[in-house]
Design a protein. Sequence first.
Length: 72
Amino acid sequence: MTAQDETVTEPDSPTGHAPRTERQSIGYCPYCSEENLFPLEGGGWECRSCLRAFSVTFRGLVAPSRTREVTR
């Protein structure tokens, strides 16, 4: 068996896989909409166009019962 054939699983994870820890990149600044973004060392992003620093936080998933119903 080679290293490529091995699958790493985490027993505490709902999917059985290790959680992703790398930062997901974003496409544009939420303030000026420019794409001149660079990651900050402690987390977050720096926009070198408007000179703002910000972070994006994932708060969780919304339960289906809490979603807005579409009215016809």
